[in-house]
Design a protein around this ligand. Sequence first.
Ligand SMILES: [Zn+2]
Ligand SMILES: [Zn+2]
Length: 76
Amino acid sequence: MKSIVPAGCCPECGMEKVQCKYNHFQNDDLTIDAWEHRCHNCGWRVTTAYRSDDEDLDLSTLDPQVCPYCNRSATA
Ligand SMILES: [Zn+2]
Ligand SMILES: [Zn+2]
């Protein structure tokens, strides 16, 4: 599962070239939800990955399928 949507303006160069990318990996009992915002003009980039085996991950306060940068839902 993979999806890319436009995510507005870049904080670095100000161009409307940022894309929000979501990746979902499943491997036995390990699940990874990975988010990336990247500017296709200047290359600015931020990433976050939520691993189901990460003990610091508190699923009661956080939904791995919601982008931490733009709050869009991966399933929407
Ligand atoms: Zn940029
Ligand atoms: Zn996003």
